[in-house]
Write a protein that binds this ligand. Sequence first.
Ligand code: OOB
Length: 560
Amino acid sequence: MSIALTPWPPALAEQYRRKGYWTDVPMTDILTRHQDERADHRALVCGERSWTYRQLEQDAEQLAASLLQLGVKSGDTALVHLPNVAEFYIVFFALMKVGVVPVNALFSHNRHELTAYAEQIQPTLAIVSSRHSLFTDGAFAQALSQQVPSLRHWLVDGDAEFGDSLAAAIAGTQAERAQLNQTDEALNWPVLSAAEVAFFQLSGGSTGTPKLIPRTHNDYYYSVRASADICQLDSDTVFLCALPAPHNFTLSSPGALGVFYAGGAVVLAAEPSPMTCFPLIKRHQVTMTSLVPPAVTLWLQAAADDRSALDSLQWLQVGGARLGESLARRIEPELGCRLQQVFGMAEGLVNYTRFDDSEWHVLNTQGRPISDDDEVRIVDEDGQDVPRGTPGALLTRGPYTFRGYYNSPEHNRVAFDQDGFYRSGDVVVMTEDGYLMVVGRDKDQINRGGEKVAAEEIENQLLALPEITQAALVAMPDDVMGEKSCAFIVTTNPKLKTLSIRKHLRTCGIADYKLPDRIEKVDALPMTHVGKIDKKALRQLIANQLQAQSQPQPEKDVLS
Ligand code: OOB
């Protein structure tokens, strides 16, 4: 059985095939294509461990074989929750080989997110890490298995008190390994159709429940190949993956998959701090990495002391949130590498500044689309196209932009227009020469330095407290993060403490980055003339308040 998918209209699908975007080759090809001349080239480094392309493919094959033995089958789904470790990619390729479709949750996700994903996809299998506090024992695994009865198998990376060992499933027995090594087609892998869903990407979202984005082999592989090409990757590329591995930026823009496709090497970092990353860059002679703007600020601070570790770094990609021009301008002189801006979304469309672009374009724009067939419309409030240079809402469709969230017919009716254009929720300006500048947002989301928080999701959790009668989460400006979140609440209990609200949100099991950075109690929320909460007024209110607080206080008159 295959995973339900809103298909592209046949005429567009035909066009994407005719133009060579969709090749009907499954993404397992990203590794298998290197099994001849590049098999012994370094593919992956994680701590003290490293893999050649041959070893990576063998590990993925063995894990795939072990999964078949467990009884999972093509068309099943899996919940994957791993940190930035090599096993993330081994699992990714193994699941693709057997046609099991995963949701790759972020490691910062918690009970609330994992439960929401599992309820949506009804997985047969979960692959998790005992490094996460949720899985130091089997309590949550047991609870989730009860709540989602399809969930029969648990594979655990690390010391497993519950489930089976992921390491053992990758290693296989000696006899199994020997058998895999003997023949080219050692096992009868299910025949994969590249038109089908390869995995679910995570939506940053603006709704109460996090939505899932089905990505097919055909559409995703095209974005990977085209990105590798635009970023001129080759077998000398050494990419440091420091942002979360499942994120669309680090996975495919061009990300680890782009680097594997080109035959280069991926080095994993646990997180993007200079303390972690600088030594890795030096040790492995990293040539390229991708960061969100707040991490760039930290890197600039650290490089001011000593930037010798960055000598090999040629390209820094920055995306996920808006990069201010003044920060952008400092990158080349202070980090000694070139900047590429990347504006993308898990739903599809990705834009890059190009290597031969003018300095102005690199510093001031978020690039232009990957494909000639990315159709971009910028419209006003009435849905009419605006002239170039005028801000408007960005709508898009194309060979790697999805056509519908998984099992969400109602939301899809608002998320797409009648011609199948996805409403990205971004407000952009297109320059005369077709470059995009992100100038705002018309979706109810906070972009916390690249991490996306759907306002409604947190508001629902706040409203679960009986003492809170109204709640609104809005963005507030922050020097480093760009934006942080502020919750305005109306409460019947004047003594309700911020601390107990936070405690409540923690017990709901939501990811830490979604916790409001600030909570403001108000008597009433401002309303628009159509009776909706006036979030614009709230954003203004908190921005003014922050500005007033940052003004120097008038000196006290010592005599009074
Ligand atoms: C990337 O993907 P998501 O799905 O986490 O977030 C997408 C949203 C965009 O709609 C936009 O609002 C914002 O993140 N965004 C940017 C940006 N890049 C993404 N806003 C301003 N400037 C940028 N450069 O964030 C993502 C996916 C692939 C590549 C890069 C980023």
